[in-house]
Design a protein around this ligand. Structure first.
Ligand code: AMP
Ligand code: MG
Length: 495
């Protein structure tokens, strides 16, 4: 097996050098037989890496965590988190290592992390491993979200380790190499705040500002600005999630980023039929992280972030600090709604806002909920309808005439829009996907990969999801919802 060239990676290690005490230096396990299962060439090029070298056996050993290349400073990050509302004071990377940071083609700093590379001091009862199905799931979901234009961590590679890992039965052990704007979480702040280490919270906030909100560096009350910035990015992110029918599934504070990217694809799923209470995660018994609850949970999580920052605000006393924080948190619903309404207007072909749009949008959602309508097909179908094409949106409803009054209102509203119909329909096609990761297709692809090492269904599905807005005749099987016999869908955490 060859070696990776010494200059393959130009790692920077700002987390390691600027945040001592926020991590433990650590090495991955040696994998017996590392093999690349999936490799993201385009992302490698974006990161200014040499795809040929990475796609080699030496690259596979690197991705499995077995070999730390020159310049890397692998470490496990510490963090805490509220999980389903209860506080865990010490979580941390139990099966992941931050390898280093890379400056991409656009000058952006990106973390390279390996997930599934073995036990760390934060593993608690876990084995530190990951298995192929969930690794490919995260790969697929991240790439799908990216192609939908939604901020997200992305997969650089998926490798198998050659080791069996016990879950419900023996599974192929695997590692996901993922890239993120950073892995700073609300839970990272909570870890130090809970220990009363205000200086460390300030150090972390300064690091976060420099990395993600540099415009705040010289601003008045920059820590309040940080809270406002994270709130705004999370509001935009969750609005985007809802606009495509995405349910994250485990919005614990340790899975909520400071950068505003989607992170930690565990039990996530896309809805077929619109249902605000849709829940897929096997452990979310109360529906805390249901589709329609996500904005409220984001606000709840931001309140936890606000609490960690209270001592840093420019305030006369504690009461004033609490007042400032409360003001930001209470502003969240209106900020969220503005983002969401903006997205919904685009989905409905409206190029400008008018009073009354919120009612129009809400009433459409009411009809969808009452008549079990497929969310993705309906929005995509509306543009066809506008062009006068046959793909009947009514056929998506259990009572075909139920949408007619709403359609008439929408048409009247569109007549007041300055764009012509064709232009509106084309604009709608650029924001309403044809292809989202349908649960039954995801399962089919992962099962073939895990059970028979057949990657063909995975790669075909990935190919559809990489260009989600462009209907292709040979990909019709990816358009609809699950067949009846697929049954209710359940997803699992931490697998
Ligand atoms: P997650 O549900 O993936 O967000 O993980 C929550 C916490 O559990 C994090 O601290 C993870 O590092 C840890 N964790 C999840 N799975 C494992 C595992 N197999 N081994 C060790 N730690 C794990
Ligand atoms: Mg997590």
């Amino acid at each position: 097996m060859g070696r990776l060239a010494d200059d393959l990676f130009a790692f920077e290690n700002s987390y390691a050098t600027e945040l001592e005490g926020f991590y433990v230096p650590w090495q991955g396990d040696v994998a017996p037989e590392p093999k690349i299962v999936q490799f993201n060439r385009d992302l490698a090029l974006e990161l200014r890496l040499d795809p040929e070298q990475l796609a080699s056996p030496a690259g596979a050993a690197f991705f499995a965590g077995s070999e730390a290349p020159d310049g890397a400073s692998p470490l496990a990050q510490v963090y805490a988190g509220h999980q389903f509302g209860g506080f865990s004071p010490r979580l941390g990377d139990g099966r992941a290592l931050l390898i280093g940071e890379l400056i991409d083609r656009h000058g952006a700093r990106r973390d390279l992390q390996l997930k599934g590379s073995g036990r760390t001091p934060f593993s608690r009862g876990g084995d530190g491993k990951a298995v192929l199905g969930p690794v490919l799931r995260e790969y697929l979901m991240g790439e799908a979200m990216h192609a939908l234009g939604i901020p997200t961590s992305r997969a650089l590679a998926a490798v198998t380790t050659g080791q069996e890992v016990m879950r419900e039965g023996p599974q192929p052990g695997a590692v996901l190499a993922r890239v993120a704007a950073s892995h700073l979480r609300v839970g990272t702040f909570e870890f130090f705040a809970a220990r009363g280490e205000t200086d460390k919270v300030r150090q972390l906030a300064d690091y976060a500002i420099e990395r993600h909100y540099p415009e705040l560096a010289a601003a008045d009350d920059r820590y309040l600005g940080l809270l406002r910035g994270v709130s705004s990015r999370q509001a935009a992110l969750v609005a985007q999630w809802l606009s495509v029918g995405f349910v994250h599934g485990v919005m614990n504070t340790d899975n909520m980023t400071i950068s505003g990217e989607t992170l930690d694809y565990g039990p996530c799923a896309f809805i077929d039929e619109y249902d605000p209470m849709a829940v897929f995660s096997s452990i979310d018994h109360q529906g805390r992280y249901a589709y329609g609850n996500q904005p409220a949970i984001a606000q709840w999580n931001l309140a936890r972030l606000a609490e960690t920052l209270l001592p840093l605000f420019d305030a006369e006393d504690d009461d004033e600090a609490v007042r400032l924080a409360t003001g930001e948190i209470e502003a969240f619903p209106a900020i969220y709604e503005a983002f969401w309404l903006g997205m919904m207007r685009r989905k409905l072909g409206l190029s400008r806002g008018e009073d009354g749009d919120l009612d129009l949008v809400n009433d459409l959602h009411d009809v969808m909920a009452q008549h079990s309508v497929d969310f993705t097909l309906l929005f995509r179908g509306l543009a066809d309808r506008l062009r006068g094409e046959g793909r009947a949106t009514q056929a998506l409803l259990d009572a075909p005439a139920a949408l007619d009054p709403w359609l008439a209102r929408w048409m009247t509203r569109l007549e007041r829009d300055p764009r012509d119909r064709e232009a509106s329909a084309d604009a709608m096609d650029r924001v309403n996907p044809v292809y989202v990761p349908r649960n039954h297709k995801v399962e089919e692809a992962l099962q073939a990969a895990s059970d028979t090492s057949d990657l063909e269904p995975f790669e075909r599905l990935l190919g559809a999801l990489e260009r989600p807005f462009e209907r292709r005749a040979d990909l019709e099987e990816y358009e609809g919802g699950a067949p009846e016999d697929f049954g209710p869908y359940k997803t699992y955490c931490g697998t």
